[in-house]
Each structure stands twice: as C-alpha cells, then as structure tokens.
Design a protein around this ligand. Sequence first.
Ligand code: ADP
Length: 391
Amino acid sequence: MSDAAGPNRVLVLNSGSSSLKYQLLDMSDGSRLASGLVERIGEAGSEVADHAQALERVSRELSGQGLGLDSPELAAIGHRVVHGGTLYTEPTLIDDAVLAGVRELVPLAPLHNPANAMGIEVARRMRPDLPQVAVFDTAFHSTLPEAAWRYAIDRETADRHAVRRYGFHGTSHAYVSRETARLLGKEPEEVNVIVLHLGNGASASAVERGRCAETSMGLTPLEGLVMGTRSGDLDPAVVFHLHRQAKLSVDEVDALLNRRSGLVGLCGDNDMREIGRRMAEGDTAARTAFDVYVHRLKKYLGAYTAVLGTVDAVAFTAGVGENSAAVRAAAISGLEPLGMILDPVRNTVRSGAARLISADGSRTAIAVVPTDEEMEIARQTYALARGGSAS
Ligand code: ADP
C-alpha cells in the first residue's frame, strides 16, 4: 500500500562502539532498499575517526543510490538502544531529555549505551527536522511480573542500585513471537510461545498471549543460556572464589565470563559450524561444548514450559537457531512427554522462510522463524513518527 500522504522510508541505525550498521526500509511495501556496515570507527589507522564521519559515509553510500540522508522520502530514523532501564518501556520519540536519559543509563550498559547515544547525537545533528525514535532492547521485557524480574537479594540494596532482571534481545523476541503466531494462523494474544534466540549472544523468553512473562538475560546480557563467549548462568560464588583463590580482579573475572567463556571457553571455537565439524572428527572438547550448550537449552525449555503451563509453540531464531539442525534436534530430543516432537526431515530442510519443523502429532508446534530486528525497529519507528501508537 503506497501512502500518498507522506514519505515512507525509515533508516534504522545500530550504533556500536566501533561500528555503525544501517538499513533503509520502505514501509509502503516492507522492502529493504539498502543496508551496510561501517567498521573500525575510531581505531588506529582507520579512515573513519568518529561516528559523525561514519554517518556521513553512510549518507554518501546511500546518495550513490539516490537514497541519501537528505532525501525528502525519509520519514524517520530509528535507533536501536540496548538499555532502557525502567525509564523507557516503549519506543520513544527522541528529544534532548531522551538523549540525556539514554546517557543516564550508561552505568547499566557501559559498553552499549554510550555508542547508541553517539549514533543518536550525530543523526540528530544531520537531520534535526526528522522524527527520530529510540527502540530499546529491554522494552519487550517490561511486562515481566515482579516474581520474575526481582532477584532474591536484599531489597533495599537492589532497589538503590537498580539491580533487577531487565532482559535483552527484546526486539527480536517481540518480532519472532508475533511471526510465530502468524505462522500458526493465530493472533499473538491467542498463543503462548517460547522463543529461543540463539546467536552469538543467546536468550530465551516465555511469551504469554503476546506479553513477555519470563526471560533468561538479567541485569546484563551475561545471565542465562550458554553463548558464544559468555558463560550464562553460574553460581555467583564462582566470582568470589576466582577473586580469592585465583587472585583475579573484578575486571578480570568480568572479561573471563563475558569474553572467554561459553562455547569459546569450553572448546576454543564460538562458531557452531566449526564445532559441528570438530565433533564429526571425534573432538571431545567440541562435543562437551555442544552438550553443555544443549543441556542448558533443555533446562530452559522445561522451566519455561512450567512457567507458561501450556506451550503452543517453540520458535528457534538467530544464527544458530535458524541454521543448526543439530542443535534443534538435540534440544528437543527426549521432550516427547512435554508434547514436543520434531520431524527429522522437516528439521533438516534448508530455507530462509519461517517454517514448522514439528511432527504432525506434536502437541506443541516447533518452528524456525528468522528474526528481523531492523524491520521491527522500522515498524515501531514509522508508527510513532506518524503519530500513531507503536505497539
Ligand atoms: P549475532 O548475535 O552476532 O547477531 P548471529 O545471530 O548472526 O549473531 O549468529 C551468529 C552465530 O550463528 C555464529 O557464531 C554461528 O555459531 C552460528 N551460525 C551461523 N550460520 C550457521 C550455520 N550454517 N550452522 C550453524 N551455526 C551457524
């Protein structure tokens, strides 16, 4: 549907500490007009000194296709922002106060929010006239009940320091749970879905009739599933033990758990394809890494089945979830008593489309649903920029 009433393109920016990813989408038909990535921002020897130069480069690349940032066809810019804390639970039209808010939340996301704020700042400088929207990775999880978001630690200390479960990858969990309902021919409000977002970072969520009821990441993205380089769940006393016995500083333990743990810590590789190849050659470290990864997934499937009571669908998404038939098969195997039965042939068919991979007799539908965070950000941005409600 083309809308004669105004411009309908949305630029989505995902600004990292040394990178700027972008996509330009046409909201009249959902088509992707352009996408790209500027890397090594601010690094030694890089031609791109800062985020302002990176965005100018993006604009030049887009201008080459007649789609530059100055284009009158551009309706809005949508920014991915990692942490919204308890301040922002909805996509939010950006003004000076919101930019200041994103910066206020830096202590909760010291790696991400500063870069996100930088992206917002340079884009507003380039197009001060254009509506710009912040879409928060935490927002979809703001519906978690207190029993799910509150950690069982001293209440006063927790509240004073904003220590609670926030959850991340929310844009993906929102998009995938909705697309899963669509695949089943249902409205999101009619179904309960467990979403397994298995990329380099990985998280699970239990979505009850369209609202998030539980999620595996916590105060930071470290909690929960085994990831490419992060440990996920562990006894918090591991931190004290490593500090006292191995004499590691807090920063060293932080780096160990975030960057040298997970699959890479277990076997030296964080790419599931490489782990698969090594397993086929009988490599025992790769086998153990796979087993630990899958065991954790299975525990979350069981836990979230208990949280939801009835599970209409389990949806696999992101790099591993969309591509690794071996992980999907291992995670679902043995869950027949829970009503989850995979069809081995459907599971191995390669496709880029959302699809069912469960057996006909499976009570719970099992699906592969490719995620599209940029499309979700663009939709929410466009809705808000046009003065409607984003959700
Ligand atoms: P990010 O979290 O960085 O966005 P992705 O969602 O793109 O990551 O997932 C990246 C991961 O997906 C890789 O590290 C790799 O483990 C996995 N992956 C990608 N393609 C395949 C494949 N064909 N088979 C198995 N795993 C894959």
